[in-house]
Every structure is written in structure tokens, then in C-alpha cells.
Ligand binder design. Structure first.
Ligand code: ZN
Length: 557
């Protein structure tokens, strides 16, 4: 770390077959956005890329279910997903779609390069076939028992429970998702990637990723110990990117091979929009650039092994510097599920509440080292007892006091006593501690250190009793308010990656001409006489009835 001039950050591409829920946000998007916001505040050269994954079997299954075309499905969900991200303040530099032509070109180019380099080989194999529907059953068209852990109802391509990724013919007790019957095996031709040829280079790659989280390293080492095998990269499907070979009429590039390339095509699209079409190469093809993927743990295989192998295989690309994969966020003790509608949907949340409380709660509870849990009761408690009572209260009481007794102008600071000095040191500490946590993807710690400063501020305010000193020691009172405002300024900066909308409001209350940036954190230079804007309620308390309604809504599902 440190020697990089540029950073490219990606968050996992969401499937465009449903809206986003809070589990998605907690794993791959909020942690990415927080890191990127922190880097932008520091003035780093950083690009944040994402987009919807619009091919693959989950899309066609949704389309079949609803009697629509796959195109209808993705066109319906793309704007919903994009809009939810924007409202929550997840700020990508480009949010693309894998159905865009630039992505088709990129994926086909990789496919042909791999043919040319002899990393792809054509083989005849047996695949599940549904005789009743007269169709091959790729991936999730089949479910069955996981060959690795015995989980029943495992998906055709990957087990949700143990994370193992397999060929669907390895499933035991297969069932067609189309007819509900047991499929038969039938011969077909596909192209296979010689993934096994990357075994040694991937081992070296993983061995040199010293900073990676243990969970990512351990998963990868486990898979490498088992030995990597050839993997089919084509499918018998109508919906997908056509295999760019005449002899492959009707076959499509398998979604795992092309979806990760969406990061590259979305960066190309970003560069085109910037009017500098080759700009993407500065991020993907330069040793001075750092590549970071934010993902959930179910995506480790693709991002820590498959994608690096593809980048090595093509040649000339940077490899992943960091893959901060998160564990899962559960909902009241059980796994969030789109298909079972066991979820808190982001677009529904955003109709009722402002974005920052959710950002705060998910960040405070980020599933970094282990699975964590979301409950509405905890959401209410963190909003009311932490955001409103600690952070909001400290800012509100300070600013209203200044308006009431100091004409809305920053009071002058006199000689500092021990208590003032202690607050100064808390301010300084909070900057280095949050900065360090943000840069190491430790979102939970960053939230804690930020809130520690708000707590210290409240404590300082209480202990110095400005409502008393106002009557008997005006200088002391002025100093107390001055110091409190200095702490608020730093709070606005260090909270910005976590609760950006509120930070902007605080910055606006402070009425500073400079735009909010990290250099301003810890700088206690608010001048005496500087005029403040009026305060506003930063966090409204959430009543019990509102929370009960949300609880009931979950139970009804
Ligand atoms: Zn399993």
C-alpha cells in the first residue's frame, strides 16, 4: 500500500432480476462506498465501478415465471436498482449494464483471446436435459443435493451453504426447475477453460496477498488444495452473449466468464463518457494502479481465483490488490432471501426513512468478521439512542446555544484548561483512528471512533456547563462553545464517508466556504466571529408504532 497512484474499486454486479435488499448493501456496496468516499475526501485518484449483471439463468428464470422476456425483466429492474443506490448515496462513477454493446465486445474479445492462447478447449459432455420441456438445463435450472456438504435444494452452479462451486452434473438428486421432474443426461458440446493450468500462478498470487482477510485466504487455499479443474464457459441458452464462433451457433458465453468482465467494460464506458476512451487502461493496465473488489463471501471464488486467472490469461492487466469480502447480514436470525421475500427492501425503506440512519446501522453492524443480524428494534435503538441522542444532540445543543447567546457567531477562545486540551486530543485521535480504519476497510471501527468523538463532545459540554458559566464566567463559556464547534467541524469530516447527507448538513450549519475534505479533519481553526447558519434537526426519533408496522410487514411475508 502507498505506492499506488490510482485506485479502481468495484462492487459486485447485482443481478437485474429483483430490487436490492439490505443484505446486498451491507456486504458489497456500503463498505465500498465508504472506502471510496474516504479516498475522494483525501483527494485520491479513484474510480468506483459497478453495474447490473443482466445475463444468466436467474434472469431467464424470473422472465419465465412472470411470462415476460429477459429484456423486459432487466429493463424493469435496472432503473429501480440504480435509483435505490443513488438515493442511499452509493455513488458510483459509472453504473453500467452487461447488456450494453461495449460489454459484448469485451467479453467476446476475452473469449477469442483465450481460444488464441489455447486456454479454451472444446469438449463433448453430458448435461442435464429436460425431455418434457425439450431443453438443456444450465446452472440454476437444476437444483439438487450439494455434492460437497449435502445441503438439499442447492443451486445448480454453487452451494449457498458451503460456497462450493461445481458443475451441475455433480449434483445429487437433481430436479428440473421447469418441470419439477428428474432430468436426464444428454450429450452436448461446450468450451472449457483450462483453469487447472493456472493452479501454480494462482497459488503464488494468493500467497503474496499478505493483507487479505483470513476468510478469503482460507477459502482460496482450500480450493487450491483440492486442485483446480477445467470449467465450461459456454451454455445452451437463448439469453446471453453469443459465442463468437461460427461452429457455436446458438451457444452463449456462460455468465461467470463474462459477468466479472463487466468491471472492465463499465470502466471503458466511463472513459468514453469522460471523452477519453483510452483512460480505462490507466486503471486496468498500469502497475501504478490498485484494483479492489468489494464482494460478499459467496463471490470469493469468482473474484479471488477465476477473475485473476482470466486477467493473467489475457495478459497486461493488473491483479487484485485487495478483496475485502464480507460475511452475510441476516434478518432476525435467518438468511435474507429474494425468492422467499424475507428481506428489507431498499426502495421500500427509502420511501419511509432518510438514507443516513440505514447507512449508519449497517456500517455499525457490518458483517466483517462474522455474519451479523439486522432487526428493526436495533435500527430504532441506534437511530434514537446514538444518532439522535449523541451525535445529533451534541451538534444541536451547541449550535442553538451559540445562536441564543452569541448571536450565531463563533465565540472567542481564551486560555485552554485541562478539559479543553483533553477534547483537542480526542479530536486529533479520532482523525487518525477513523482514517486508519477507513483505509483498512474496518467500517465498524470507523463508526465507533466517530461516535466516540461525539460522546466525548457531549461529555465535555455537560462537564463544562456553559449554561452556568454564561452567568459567572463568560470567557469560560465562550471557550467551551468554541471548542465544541471545533469538534463538530471534525465530526462533519470523519462522519462523511458513513453518513454523507448529514455531514453536508453539518458542514452547511458551520457555513464554511471550503468544500468538505479530509485535510479539514482535526483542524480547529473556526475563527471567532464567523457566522453560523441555523441548526436543523439532524436525526428525527423513530416512534415505536413505525417500527411495529415494519415488524408486522416482515411477519406477513
Ligand atoms: Zn454445499
Amino acid at each position: 500500500m502507498g505506492e499506488f497512484k490510482r485506485t479502481l474499486v468495484t462492487s459486485a454486479l447485482p443481478y437485474a432480476n429483483g430490487p436490492l435488499h439490505i443484505g446486498h448493501i451491507a456486504g458489497a456496496y456500503l463498505p465500498g462506498d465508504i472506502f471510496v468516499r474516504y479516498s475522494r475526501l483525501k483527494g485520491d485518484d479513484i474510480v468506483y465501478i459497478c453495474g447490473t449483471d443482466e445475463y444468466g439463468v436467474p434472469i431467464t428464470i424470473s422472465a419465465d415465471k412472470e411470462g415476460k422476456t429477459p429484456q423486459d425483466i432487466v429493463d424493469h429492474f435496472y432503473p429501480i436498482i440504480k435509483n435505490s443506490f443513488e438515493k442511499l448515496g452509493i455513488k458510483f462513477d459509472n453504473f453500467s449494464r452487461t447488456t450494453n454493446p461495449i460489454h459484448t465486445e469485451t467479453a467476446q474479445d476475452f473469449f477469442l483471446k483465450f481460444i488464441e492462447k489455447d486456454y479454451l478447449v472444446k469438449r463433448e459432455s453430458e448435461q442435464w436435459f429436460d425431455p418434457e420441456k425439450n431443453m438443456f438445463l444450465p446452472d440454476r435450472y437444476v437444483t439438487g443435493t450439494c455434492p460437497e456438504c449435502g445441503h438439499e435444494g442447492a443451486k445448480g452452479d454453487q452451494c449457498e451453504v458451503c460456497g462450493k462451486w461445481y458443475e451441475s452434473v455433480d449434483l445429487k438428486n437433481p430436479i428440473s426447475q421447469l418441470s419439477g421432474k428428474t432430468p436426464i443426461l444428454r450429450k452436448t458440446t461446450h468450451w472449457y477453460m483450462k483453469f487447472n493450468e493456472f493452479q501454480e500462478s494462482l497459488k503464488d498470487f494468493i500467497d503474496t496477498r499478505k493483507n487479505w482477510k483470513n476468510n478469503v485466504i482460507n477459502y482460496c487455499k482450500g480450493w487450491l488444495d483440492e486442485g483446480l479443474e477445467e470449467r465450461a464457459v459456454t451454455r445452451d441458452l437463448d439469453w446471453g452473449i453469443p459465442v463468437p464462433l461460427e461452429e457455436a451457433e446458438g451457444k452463449k458465453i456462460y455468465v461467470w466468464f463474462e459477468a466479472v468482465l463487466g468491471y472492465i467494460s463499465a470502466t471503458k464506458e466511463w472513459a468514453e463518457k469522460k471523452g477519453d476512451p483510452s483512460l480505462w487502461e490507466k486503471y486496468w493496465k498500469s502497475e501504478e494502479s490498485r484494483l479492489i473488489h468489494f464482494i460478499g463471501k459467496d463471490n470469493i471464488y469468482f473474484h479471488a481465483l477465476m477473475f485473476p486467472a482470466m486477467l493473467m490469461g489475457y495478459g497486461g492487466y493488473v491483479l487484485e490488490d485487495e478483496i475485502p469480502a464480507n460475511e452475510f447480514l441476516n434478518l432476525k436470525g435467518s438468511k435474507l432471501s429474494t425468492s422467499r421475500d424475507h428481506a428489507v427492501w431498499l426502495h421500500e425503506y427509502l420511501e419511509l426513512f432518510p438514507p443516513d440512519p440505514l447507512r449508519y446501522v449497517l456500517a455499525a453492524n457490518a458483517p466483517e468478521g462474522k455474519d451479523t443480524d439486522f432487526s428493526w428494534a436495533d435500527f430504532q435503538s441506534k437511530n434514537n439512542n446514538e444518532l439522535a441522542d449523541i451525535l445529533g444532540n451534541f451538534i444541536h445543543r451547541t449550535v442553538t446555544f451559540v445562536h441564543k447567546y452569541f448571536d450565531g457567531k463563533v465565540p472567542a477562545r481564551s486560555e485552554l484548561n485541562e478539559s479543553d486540551k483533553k477534547l483537542l486530543s480526542e479530536i486529533e485521535k479520532s482523525v487518525s483512528k477513523t482514517g486508519d480504519a477507513f483505509s483498512r476497510f474496518k467500517v465498524r471501527d470507523a463508526v465507533k471512533y466517530m461516535m466516540d468523538l461525539a460522546r466525548a463532545g457531549n461529555k465535555y459540554f455537560n462537564e463544562n456547563e456553559p449554561w452556568v458559566t454564561r452567568k459567572n464566567d463568560e470567557k469560560r463559556c465562550a471557550t467551551t462553545l468554541n471548542m465544541s464547534l471545533q469538534a463538530i467541524k471534525t465530526l462533519a469530516v470523519i462522519a462523511a464517508p458513513i453518513i454523507p447527507f448529514t455531514s453536508e448538513k453539518i458542514w452547511n450549519i458551520l457555513n464554511l466556504s471550503e468544500t468538505l475534505n479530509w485535510k479539514q479533519a482535526g483542524v480547529t481553526d473556526l475563527k471567532a466571529g464567523h457566522e453560523l447558519n441555523t441548526s436543523e434537526v439532524l436525526f428525527a426519533k423513530i416512534e415505536d408504532e413505525i417500527i411495529e408496522e415494519q415488524e408486522l410487514k416482515l411477519e406477513d411475508r
